[in-house]
Design a protein around this ligand. Structure first.
Ligand code: ATP
Ligand code: MG
Length: 182
């Protein structure tokens, strides 16, 4: 399948997306989530499954350490496997957050019934997905999950080819990769 967002004039933006343990536990839900990413014209630049230790969660969510839900969040996020993606699209940060829907699942069901959290979320904590909330957070969070990924280098060397439509989805690796110029 060729990338349908081909030949855009605006540079692709990268964001970090996580699928949380409530969804990773259900293979059919994971299929649906992965398909939604593809259907919404994101390019999948990286994808990996991992387990998080409690300390990783504490570091990642340090900004929430004073909130009443912090302990619950740390317990939940270290309770089972996660999937991490680097996604690319025009305005990827905003588009991914829009696709996820509001943080609170019941609000999501009410205001954005087609969103991922409305479709798959269970509670305010077990809300299926995470997305970076700004371009700066995306840089930090991509480095957290993909320390070998050089976002600046990717923007320089691969983004123009992805933007001009020369990326093909590889279902075996579950990522997009550049194909040879025809
Ligand atoms: P995320 O950072 O996961 O993309 P978000 O930016 O929509 O979500 P944040 O305010 O950053 O929301 O909260 C981080 C996470 O903490 C939420 O996704 C959710 O799992 C949990 N959380 C937030 N608010 C609550 C709450 N009121 N009760 C329980 N858990 C909450
Ligand atoms: Mg957040």
């Amino acid at each position: 399948m060729l990338l349908t967002t081909g030949r855009l004039s605006k540079a692709l933006q990268l964001t970090l997306a996580l699928i949380k343990p409530d969804a990773v536990a259900h293979p059919l839900m994971m299929e649906g989530l992965h398909q939604s990413i593809l259907d919404n014209n994101f390019v999948i630049v990286r994808c990996k499954d991992l387990l998080w230790g409690r300390q990783d969660c504490e570091r990642f969510y340090a900004e929430h350490s004073e909130r009443f839900f912090y302990r619950r969040l740390v317990e939940f996020m270290s309770s089972g496997p996660l999937r991490a993606y680097i996604l690319g699209r025009e305005d990827a940060v905003g588009h991914w957050r829009e696709l996820m829907g509001p943080t609170k699942v019941f609000r999501a069901r009410y205001t954005s019934p087609a969103s991922l959290r409305a479709r798959f979320g269970l509670t305010d904590t077990r809300n299926t997905a995470h997305g970076s909330d700004s371009a700066e957070s995306a840089q930090r969070e991509m480095a957290f999950f993909f320390p070998d990924f050089d976002a600046e280098e990717w923007m320089r060397s691969e983004e123009p080819a992805f933007r001009s439509g020369r990326a093909r989805y590889d279902p075996r690796r579950r990522v997009h990769a550049l194909c040879a110029r025809s």
